[in-house]
Design a protein around this ligand. Sequence first.
Ligand SMILES: [Zn+2]
Length: 202
Amino acid sequence: MADASEIMTVPARRGRAQRLTKGQAIKIINVSGTQVCDTWAFNAEDLREFMSMEHMRPTLGTIFPRQGHHLITNRRRPILLFETDTSPGIHDTLIAACDDYRYGLLGCTTYHDNCTDNLAAGMRQIGLTPPETPSPLNLWMNIPVDPEGKTAWGEPVSKPGDYVVLRAEMDCIVALSACPQDILPINGANRQITDIQYQVLA
Ligand SMILES: [Zn+2]
């Protein structure tokens, strides 16, 4: 097998899912530098086990996962190793995936693309149905937390071409959504939604 697959695209506003065998890795590339990528991982043998932000945070002792951290499931086992991060390391573990209800609260009166539906659509493309929408690892999403615990909607601090590498610690499905949030500035001040690219590494 080659060391790396072809480069694949998560189109702007859409979702994709990728199988990884234990030991393989996925390189996720922020082409524009301003695009948030909601990221999930499910045990390939039992989708009811998945990467869980609320189980991971106490294990890591931080709300900011960094290079070298083991990302943990709801059964408290490592599913992905956060192997490489070329960006400044600002990612979010607090905010739920966007959904159509969220956009309704933001004033949308018609359907708005959203990460919850993108997870389901991406999994459906490979013949799977997620058991629920776990809280995602929001790569490059910048949610500053002040000393009083207040949160804000920041803009990504990553630069074009920044990437992370997540290595599978069990056979798993990784799902990605190029977040279509274009009302708040979490995908940059000009609210432009862009493609994410990814590659499977041996
Ligand atoms: Zn989203």
